[in-house]
Write a protein that binds this ligand. Structure first.
Ligand SMILES: O=C(O)CCC(=O)C(=O)O
Ligand SMILES: [Fe+2]
Length: 211
């Protein structure tokens, strides 16, 4: 097997916006990285506060309601306010892609029993968005979950425990589709407490208008 070049330059520390974000590689190919200190406690709380009155039952990529995904969520508009602009800029620098490749930032809320069953973030070949498919994901945890709500990669044996301000990153742009399929992942049911995440999905090509 040949090794493909990752989107993310692998480093143990990233300095962005005067912030020191540390990284731990959880898996090399497909690349899965855990980041610490992506957002401050205040930014996490502000995102939750802005999102909480706008939550709706989450849908699948095909816009269907399904038992696969029982959380509720919302999308921010691009550059919706100064907080969102700053977070979007930081996240796209961290993900090493131009902000024009970023979908709107999504916030998800899970209550006890709610989950996101194993799925891929990329679109299947027949989906209308597959010509400009997703290539990478950052899931930022906005709170600590009392029990449950871990993110798992069942084909790789990886389990990541939510912790406020930290994030899990993975990419699935590989020519070898088998590598992409190893990014199957789930948000396990919350058992106790609640879980808030912000998800950034990145596309292969520009999706936003340039400002
Ligand atoms: O909630 C999680 O841990 C995973 C979220 C996720 O897979 C997604 O937003 O695509
Ligand atoms: Fe996902």
């Amino acid at each position: 097997m040949t090794t493909e070049v990752s989107i993310l330059p692998i480093q143990s520390v990233y300095s962005i916006d005067n912030r020191t974000i540390t990284a731990e590689v959880l898996h090399e190919e497909p690349l899965i990285v855990k980041f610490l200190n992506v957002l401050s406690d205040e930014e996490c709380q502000n995102l939750i506060d802005c999102a909480s009155s706008r939550l709706e039952r989450s849908k699948l990529a095909k816009k269907e309601i399904s038992s696969i995904r029982t959380s509720s969520g919302m999308f921010f508009e691009e550059n919706e306010n100064p907080l969102i602009s700053e977070i979007e800029k930081r996240i796209s620098s961290l993900m090493h892609l131009p902000i024009e490749h970023a979908e709107g930032l999504q916030v998800l809320h899970y209550e006890p029993g709610q989950e996101f069953k194993p799925h891929f973030d990329f679109f299947g070949p027949n989906h209308p968005s597959s010509s400009n498919n997703r290539i990478s994901t950052l899931v930022v945890y906005l709170n600590d979950v009392e029990e449950g709500g871990v993110t798992t990669f069942p084909n790789l044996g990886i389990v990541n425990v939510p912790k406020k301000g930290t994030a899990v990153y993975f990419e699935y742009f590989y020519n070898d589709q088998k590598l992409n399929e190893l990014t199957l992942h789930s948000g396990e049911p919350v058992i106790q407490g609640e879980k808030w995440v912000a998800t950034q999905w990145m596309r292969k090509k520009q999706i936003r208008e340039r400002l």
